[in-house]
Design a protein. Structure first.
Length: 341
């Protein structure tokens, strides 16, 4: 059993904790929180051992009636691997602690790429992190683009990729985020940081990205154009993408015209928190013109990196290969929609 500690129990951390407990080859050692808020209460109710991420605040948990198992350094020392899901920038500060305890760590895409020894997307470069100690699971948008590009590169070759990313202003619980009533180029500079981030997965890829931010909380939306080295038909591309477990091709008959219905579909299907771990690609949008592929896909920013974190754990701490790890993760979490249409 791989003993996993999670430093940070917010949007990503709580989802990774649930995913780890579902794995037959992993044990959750515990989770670390900075303060005794509602998420700490949730962790306690689930029976997850809770550790104080900031030792000086340990007493606050007792005062709130929440029992803790110890301090974060004890969690790090007891774990085979740490998944750091702290806010952006804090993971980089935590690396020295992980090094002191010689505990491998997995960081998130909010950190700069140099926080780790390599970036990770299971479908694209699982084996490349085998001998590393510190790995970064790339951001939700980079994960979504890389999952899409991996089979296209393998089957047809990619000359150039271009993507316009329409990004949510904030997660549902981020009441301090915006915009409130605006549409912002974000960033104004081109390319946005997403293209260079994809190149940490595919170093030789020619890719440009543009980003904007809108007053929504549900999901991101990508308009993608990929110039392929061969000229498949749109139907051939659909069949290729349908074979990927972490790509969901939305059937036209489903009458899902946007992120709102996608989230409702996930909730109706019994997905925890209404999570969509897959890229959601409108099958009708897939078109090919003289080797140029076009499509729209939606990315659920709160959850699409969760199965990637589980696979990264295996890549660092086991000899399980990529196909087997992805299959185990998908089976245990319930990844993959099987359309009735």
């Amino acid at each position: 059993m791989i003993r996993v500690g999670i430093n940070g129990y917010g949007t990503i951390g709580k989802r990774v904790a649930d995913a780890v407990t579902a794995q037959p080859d992993m044990e959750l050692v515990g989770v670390a929180k900075t303060r005794p808020n509602f998420e700490a209460d949730t962790a306690a109710r689930k029976g997850y051992p809770l550790y104080a991420a900031i030792p000086d605040r340990a007493g606050a948990f007792d005062a709130a009636g929440i029992r803790i198992a110890g301090e974060v350094t004890e969690l790090v020392g007891a774990s085979d691997v740490i998944v750091d899901t702290c806010p952006s920038g804090i993971g980089a500060q935590n690396r020295a602690m992980y090094e002191a305890y010689q505990t491998p760590a997995i960081f998130q895409g909010g950190e700069d790429a140099d926080v780790a020894d390599g970036s990770f997307v299971a479908r694209a470069n699982y084996d490349s992190v085998r001998d590393l100690e510190y790995v970064r699971v790339v951001s939700c948008n980079t994960t979504g683009l890389s999952r899409l590009l991996a089979p296209l590169r393998e089957e047809y070759g990619v000359r150039k990729a271009r993507a316009t990313l329409v990004r949510r202003g904030g997660d549902p619980g981020q009441s301090d985020r915006g915009p409130i009533n605006d549409i912002l180029p974000d960033p104004v500079e081109i390319p946005s940081h997403h293209g260079p981030d994809v190149k940490t997965i595919f170093p030789e890829l020619d890719i440009d990205t543009m980003g904007m931010k809108v007053p929504a909380t549900m999901m991101h939306m990508h308009g993608v154009n990929v110039t392929l080295e061969s000229e498949p038909t749109a139907e051939e591309v659909r069949e290729l993408l349908e074979a990927e477990s972490r790509l969901f091709l939305i059937p036209e008959e489903a009458d899902i015209d946007g992120a709102g219905k996608l989230k409702e579909y996930a909730l109706d299907a019994g997905r925890p928190r209404g999570d969509l771990w897959e890229n959601c690609i409108w099958g009708r949008s897939i078109s090919v013109e003289r080797g140029d592929l076009y499509l729209f896909q939606a990315i659920h920013q709160e959850s699409d990196v969760v199965p990637e974190n589980v696979d990264a754990i295996r890549a660092l701490c086991s000899d399980v290969d990529a196909d087997e790890s992805i299959a185990r993760t998908d089976e245990s979490m319930g990844v993959g929609f099987e359309s009735r249409f």
